[in-house]
Design a protein around this ligand. Structure first.
Ligand SMILES: [Zn+2]
Length: 491
């Protein structure tokens, strides 16, 4: 081939690649669809916030240990998906991303700084999320999360903000959006940080949204209800849905919000739904494996609802499951238990750390002066909440719990004991975090951090064009892969 012709061909190939995959032709080879298959018309993206293999494997080992003493692994529904990939998560400023930059990477294909939602590192240029292209293509869009709907991960699918903490501004962008279904946790600071702004809920209503926050009104929603914001009637910490471990049987679950989303979004032109299990992250920040594991199982149940839908539309549905980063540096294995695990102990936990704080520790603190506080008063509640047999603990363990208890009760003289309070308790209630850590350790679960970590996350795919989600790639590639399966012409 003549040099000139080769150049022309090269330019043509590059232009073709840029047309379909944006300005990153290096990733396009991984995103090539198998010819002869139609575009994905129904696309589900499940994001386990803070979920990497440790959280997933722990849920699997837990599910096994709950049923038998055999050494085997009970697979979750999504970990049996036919295609598995690995995804790097670093952002523009650190190997350890936060949810805002990770959400930006997945939703727009761009790296940015931690804390920034769909804007560049200079916080001047806005990035257009994939959901806007999806909406322009005539498909419906749904966004579901167990945490507040204006939290970083869901926000990445409809908003642009220099800071994820601009909750009111993000809530207003949700209210002014033209997407079809928002479901799950509430809108944090919906009437402004100081409560003196026009409610984003009112703005949403004037923009044509139906806003519902009771079980009856949510259940009554039917196709044709128009644009909907459906908020869980039961909220726990910071306006989020309750942890799965604390959820009463008659409370709406993440699976319920997913099922309602399918019902409302299903239409001849198709839909895209992002569903976030947001509290896997929150539980992992607090080093509470029991709460994290139950929320992984709740995410798996929600994915099961999507799988049921996929059975009816096998040639047109794609389900992708991933995490945005790992949280807590969780692992299966602890120095004190060496090669053994005792995950059946995790099944003895009956409350999340939040429920223990709210239902046990706070009421006790409210009625008990620090100098009258006795750990013995709380032992029955501790045993009932965490399955810890206090008498079986070592003197060293009892000492650590006593110190944490004194610290939770505000006894100042105890402070000199700990050279680094943050490393010990991470800003949580000292007694509660010590109890979950100790209980996790006796089960053989270790934690290294109260923040995120920089390990990759897995991706699982099932459905039409599932094969392009195999391999080892970057979180920005998820954007290009999702765009290509829906045949979107993205920038
Ligand atoms: Zn996150």
């Amino acid at each position: 081939m003549k040099k000139q012709n080769a150049f022309v061909l090269c330019v043509m190939v590059l232009a073709f690649q840029m047309l379909f995959f944006g300005c990153k032709p290096d990733v396009s080879t991984q995103n090539t669809l198998v010819a002869g298959k139609g575009q994905a018309k129904y696309v589900f993206l499940f994001i386990g916030d803070g979920m990497s293999m440790s959280q997933i494997s722990s849920a699997e080992v837990f599910a096994t240990a709950r049923a038998s003493k055999d050494i085997e692994v009970t697979r979750l529904g999504f970990s049996q998906f036919p295609v598995t990939g690995l995804v790097t998560t670093y952002d523009a400023g650190t190997f350890i991303t936060d949810s805002a930059s990770a959400g930006t990477a997945i939703a727009t294909g761009n790296k940015t700084l931690s804390g920034v939602v769909n804007m560049d590192v200079g916080k001047t240029q806005e990035f257009k999320p994939i959901t806007e292209y999806i909406h322009e293509a005539g498909m419906k869009v749904g966004i579901v999360s167990t945490v507040t709907l204006n939290h970083a991960t869901p926000a990445s699918f409809y908003a642009k903000a220099p800071s994820r903490s601009n909750y009111y501004d993000i809530a207003v962008q949700l209210a002014q959006s033209d997407f079809d279904y928002y479901g799950g946790g509430s809108l944090l600071q919906h009437n402004g940080k100081n409560g003196d702004e026009q409610s984003a809920i009112d703005i949403a209503r004037s923009n044509g949204f139906t806003y519902v926050d009771t079980k009856e009104t949510i259940n009554a929603l039917k196709p044709g209800s128009g644009k909907v914001i459906a908020i869980s009637p039961v909220l726990q910490d910071d306006g989020a849905m309750t942890y799965e471990i604390d959820r009463k049987r008659d409370e709406l679950s993440l699976a319920d919000f997913t099922r309602k989303g399918i019902e409302l979004l299903d239409n001849p032109k198709g839909f895209f739904m992002m569903v976030e299990g947001g509290k896997i992250d929150w539980a992992s920040h607090a080093n509470d494996a029991g709460a994290a594991i139950h929320d992984v199982l709740a995410l798996d149940a929600a994915i099961g609802v999507a799988l049921e839908f996929a059975k009816k539309h096998p040639k047109e549905t794609l389900i992708v499951v991933t995490g945005d980063h790992e949280t807590g540096g969780m692992t299966i294995g602890f120095a004190g238990t060496q090669y053994d695990t005792f995950f059946d102990k995790v099944a003895l936990q009956t409350r999340s750390y939040v429920a223990f704080d709210e239902e046990v520790l706070k009421p006790y603190k409210a009625k008990t002066p620090a100098n009258a506080a006795r750990l013995a008063d709380l032992i029955p509640a501790i045993q009932q909440s965490f399955g810890v047999d206090y008498n079986s603990l070592t003197d060293f363990q009892k000492e650590q719990i006593e110190f944490a208890f004194q610290r939770s009760m505000g006894n100042e003289q105890i402070r000199s004991f700990a050279e680094d309070i943050y490393v010990l308790y991470g800003g949580y209630e000292p007694l509660t975090v010590k109890l979950t850590q100790m209980m996790n350790q006796t089960a053989g679960i270790g934690w290294t951090s109260y923040a995120h970590t920089g390990v990759p996350v897995p991706a699982f795919a099932s459905g039409v064009h599932q094969e392009i989600f195999g391999g080892y790639y970057d979180n920005t590639d998820l954007y290009y892969k999702l765009a290509s399966v829906m045949n979107l012409k993205v920038n």
